[in-house]
Design a protein. Structure first.
Length: 280
């Protein structure tokens, strides 16, 4: 299965991010904790151009906590601060705010040295589609935080969300497209829902997922679909799952498309338990 993006998307995304970049002190790069390697844009350093940058591993509730800790350590070794967050449950947000402020520290000191009045740290969130940018912004904008109006003189029409007294977040996230030469990366992005099922072969993708689940958590797989044993081939496994769920078409033929979509949906919703597909 080959999945690719048009280079035009990438160029446009890069331009939009760079437009916003001027307004902020720190960039929060949001990645999917289930695929922290595959959900990054490899051109990120070039796009962000020397601006302090931190990585937030979102959807940590769906990832293997042990591997998340290893990923956080690996990013730190690379010299990039990293924090695990769950934008739905609200976990890790205070850490994220603290780390973002720390990353802006030098810039704030430089401003103070020039005799400028202290101001809030400004940040923006960037990441690939579906990684949870809007969820994180909404969560940070939630209880106790005030949405500030347009700030005249900075940019017309840009909205800032005030988080506490000394942190501001641009409410428009930067969307980056994933870039991949490696087909495995495309498959992982499709498995986690970053790439629409409309552009992939869902049955083939489901086979891939079943292969992974068989390796990582065969008992959970069998239990979820009430299977006494797992047949050798993933094609047979998908048929059995379809039968167990009663996805039958006229003549008793299993509706494989429905079975495939169900397996994918349930995996993405965490029904198979936490699972990380990338190793640091
Ligand atoms: N389990 C879980 N789901 C999340 C999390 N953050 C976002 N989502 C879900 O991921 C999907 C995409 O989120 P969204 O904020 O629209 O992503 P965006 O395209 O980057 O703005 C939505 O269904 C969210 O509910 C998270 O931390 N944990
Ligand atoms: Mg969004």
């Amino acid at each position: 299965m080959l999945i690719q993006w048009f280079p035009g998307h990438m160029a446009k995304a890069k331009r939009l991010v760079q437009d916003h970049l001027k307004l902020v002190d720190v960039v929060i790069e949001l990645v999917d904790a289930r695929i922290p390697g595959s959900s990054r844009n490899p051109m990120i350093a070039e796009i962000v151009q020397g601006k302090p940058r931190i990585v937030a591993l979102n959807k940590a509730d769906l990832a293997d906590p042990r591997l998340t800790r290893q990923w956080v350590a690996a990013f730190k070794q690379e010299g990039v601060s990293a924090v695990a967050v769950d934008s739905l449950g609200g976990k890790g947000l205070q850490d994220l705010i603290a780390v973002t402020k720390a990353a802006a520290g030098e810039k704030m000191l430089a401003l103070a040295a020039k005799g400028r009045k202290a101001r809030a740290v400004r940040a923006m969130i960037i990441g690939i589609p579906n990684v949870g940018k809007s969820s994180l912004i909404n969560r940070l904008a939630g209880t106790g935080n005030v949405k500030t109006g347009d700030r005249p003189g900075v940019t017309k029409g840009k909205q800032w969300i005030r988080v506490g007294s000394d942190f501001e977040l641009l409410d428009t996230p930067g969307i980056l497209w994933p870039k991949f030469e490696d087909p495995e990366t495309g498959i992982k992005l499709a498995l986690t829902g970053a790439i629409s099922d409309e552009v992939v072969d869902v049955e083939e993708l489901a086979h891939r997922l079943l292969r992974q689940l068989r390796e990582s958590c065969p008992e959970r797989l069998a239990e979820r679909y009430k299977l006494d044993d797992l047949p050798e081939s993933n094609a047979d496994l998908l048929i059995n799952i379809g039968k167990k769920r009663g996805f039958l078409q006229a003549g008793g033929v299993v509706d494989l498309d429905k079975a495939a979509r169900t397996v994918l949906l349930e995996f993405r919703a965490g029904k198979m338990g936490p699972l990380t597909l990338d190793r640091p």
